[in-house]
Every structure is written in structure tokens, then in C-alpha cells.
Design a protein around this ligand. Structure first.
Ligand code: 13P
Length: 340
């Protein structure tokens, strides 16, 4: 393992004031986002949309790395430039989603396990040769009266750790994403308990698999009440629960934590990230930033809606969301900035 290379990539990804852009929607997920807007569910429209993103003027000022889906790695702009090269010109490091999605965790109703470990080493070698310097794998944990089970937590922690170990052997920084879903009516406290247990299991498994904490990035959920909970908690309560959870579970050697947005409203995700920096900047040993998909892309996707005439305005909305999240990373965001 070349730890110096991994550390170098991780520190570039965690560059001050920047964050990551997740644009790695699988084909079914892209279809789910396109369908309500009437956008054709074709490879060409996914290419057009991703062209809009990678060519957005100024994106590289706020985004250090972009997570791609395999299809996107081979795609080109209208004038024949590989998206990979366009990203590099913007100063954005390209990364790749390498998991192959979730399937039911048989015997454990309502729980899932993530697939994709078979032949992963070979795939990673090819990706590294193509200049993809980091990867992502998402494990999913759901909260209900009966879940998560210890078995599902342990199985997902093991697969995340095995993936991370293989990435590091291939010179690729693993983004380790154990996502505790927001679905349900559970309390903030219950999400805190589950997220704490999941992160302990994940870091234990990472240690067992000899993953170098210095050469990885954690991509967790914020600690949030369920979407249908009566008490939705304010940004300060969420910041307290989230940062204290990480202080107890995430080793200081990990260079960075980059949040998924998980279906939060874009503005709320920004406000909550901001609250964490306002209150805890002096005590956090890791960089704390964003790796949002929906909370950066959604306003732009709504505006574009498959129409070439809307590209420039959609790009402006995309870059603006990235900019506001950068301001939140400094703890300097205020909601009135949304109207500027
Ligand atoms: P969201 O920010 O939309 O949750 O997506 C992040 C991600 O990468 C999911 O795997």
C-alpha cells in the first residue's frame, strides 16, 4: 500500500472550504430523479445532464472531487472531450462509485446488504489507471421497531471494510459510506444510538481489515430525526448530536468526514453543516465537509428538466449551492444568502 499517495489524495479532497459532489446515481436512481420531471430515461439524457454538471463554470472553485458512475467515465461532451478531462481541467479529482447496489439481506426482513466485492480488485486497478483516485461504497441501514439487527450492521461493516482495504491496495482512497436512512418516525435520540453503534462496528471492521485510517474518508449521515417524526429538532440540536457522535466514534487519524444529504432539503443540509462549524470548529480533529448529491443537484435538475435552453441557469443554481455549502463549511452561512 502506498500510504503517502493515499494521504495526498485524501488531503486534496478535504482541501479547506471545498467539498465533494456526488454525481454517481446508478441508472435506476437517475431514472427516479428524471421521471417526475418528464426527462427521457435514456443514456443520452444522462450524458446531457452530466455534461451540464461537469462544464458548469466555476464549479472547481468549490468542489474538490466528483464521484462518478461507471457510465460517466466513458462519456464525452458534445465537442468530444472526456468528462474525466473536463473535471481535471476544473481542478476536480474524479472518483468512482464501485458498489453494485443493495439487495435484500436474506433472512432479515427490511434490511439490505451491498454487492460488488467480486472482482473488485481488478476493477479498481483499471479505474486507477484511468485516473480515478478515490472510490465510494454505500451500505444502508434502516431504522424501524425491529431494525437494524446486529447481523445487518456487522455484515455491512465487514463489506465496507473489505472494499476499503482493496481500494487502498490499489492506490485508491476509499470513501466509506454507512448510511442510516431518514425514513420513519424515529427520534433524534434513536438515530444517535443507531449511528453510534454503526460507526463503532464500521471502524472496528476497518481496523480488523488493516485499513489505514489516514488514507480514507468517512461519508456518514447527519444524526437526524426520522422524516416523519413529530419533533424535527433544530440545527443546533442536530449539530450537537452529530458532532458528539463522531467525537466518540471516528478516530482522529481519519482526515475527513463528508456528509451525504440523504433527502434533506438543500437549505436545511447547508444550515445544519453551518451549525456544526459554528459550534465545534475548535474541537473537531477531522475536516468536516459535504459530499451531497440531491442537496447540491436538485435545484439545478428541476431547472434544467431536460431542456437545453435552461442549461446556463441550471449551472448557475448548481454552482450557487456548492458555494453556499462552502460558506457553511466556514460557519459563515445565513439563510438570507439564499436570496442574494
Ligand atoms: P444524497 O446526498 O442525495 O444522499 O446522495 C449522496 C450519495 O452519494 C448517496 O450514496
Amino acid at each position: 500500500m502506498n500510504l503517502a499517495e493515499l494521504k495526498n489524495t485524501a488531503s486534496r479532497l478535504m482541501a479547506p472550504d471545498k467539498g465533494l459532489l456526488a454525481m454517481d446515481e446508478s441508472i435506476p436512481t437517475a431514472n427516479k430523479r428524471f421521471e417526475p420531471l418528464g426527462i427521457p430515461l435514456t443514456e443520452e439524457y444522462r450524458r446531457k445532464y452530466r455534461q451540464l454538471i461537469v462544464t458548469a463554470p466555476g464549479l472547481g472553485e468549490y468542489i474538490s472531487g466528483a464521484i462518478l458512475f461507471d457510465e460517466t467515465v466513458h462519456q464525452k461532451t458534445d465537442d468530444g472531450c472526456l468528462f474525466l478531462d473536463v473535471l481535471k481541467e476544473q481542478g476536480i479529482i474524479p472518483g468512482i462509485k464501485v458498489d453494485e447496489g443493495t439487495v435484500p439481506f436474506d433472512g432479515f426482513p427490511g434490511e439490505t446488504i451491498t454487492e460488488g466485492l467480486d472482482k473488485l480488485s481488478e476493477r479498481l486497478k483499471v479505474y486507477h489507471q484511468q485516473g480515478l483516485l478515490f472510490a465510494k461504497w454505500r451500505g444502508v441501514i434502516s431504522i424501524t421497531d425491529k431494525t437494524p439487527t446486529t447481523a445487518a450492521i456487522k455484515a455491512n461493516a465487514f463489506t465496507l471494510a473489505r472494499y476499503a482495504a482493496l481500494c487502498q491496495q490499489a492506490g485508491i482512497v476509499p470513501i466509506v459510506e454507512p448510511e442510516v436512512l431518514m425514513d420513519g418516525d424515529h427520534s433524534l435520540q434513536r438515530c444517535l444510538e443507531v449511528t453510534t453503534e454503526v460507526l463503532h462496528a464500521v471502524f472496528n471492521a476497518l481496523y480488523e481489515q488493516k485499513v489505514a485510517f489516514e488514507g480514507m474518508i468517512l461519508k456518514p449521515n447527519m444524526v437526524l430525526p426520522g422524516l416523519k417524526a413529530a419533533d424535527q429538532s433544530n440545527a443546533k440540536e442536530i449539530a450537537d448530536a452529530t458532532v458528539n457522535c463522531f467525537l466518540r466514534t471516528v478516530p482522529a487519524a481519519v482526515p475527513g468526514i463528508a456528509f451525504l444529504s440523504g433527502g434533506q432539503e438543500a437549505e436545511l443540509a447547508t444550515e445544519r453543516l453551518n451549525a456544526m462549524h459554528q459550534q465545534y470548529d475548535n474541537v473537531m480533529p477531522w475536516a468536516l465537509t459535504f459530499s451531497f448529491s440531491r442537496a447540491i443537484q436538485q435545484p439545478a435538475l428541476d431547472k434544467w428538466a431536460g431542456n437545453d435552453a435552461n442549461v446556463a441557469e441550471a449551472q448557475r443554481l448548481l454552482v450557487n449551492r456548492a458555494r453556499l455549502n462552502n460558506i457553511a463549511r466556514r460557519g459563515e452561512y445565513t439563510p438570507d444568502m439564499e436570496n442574494e
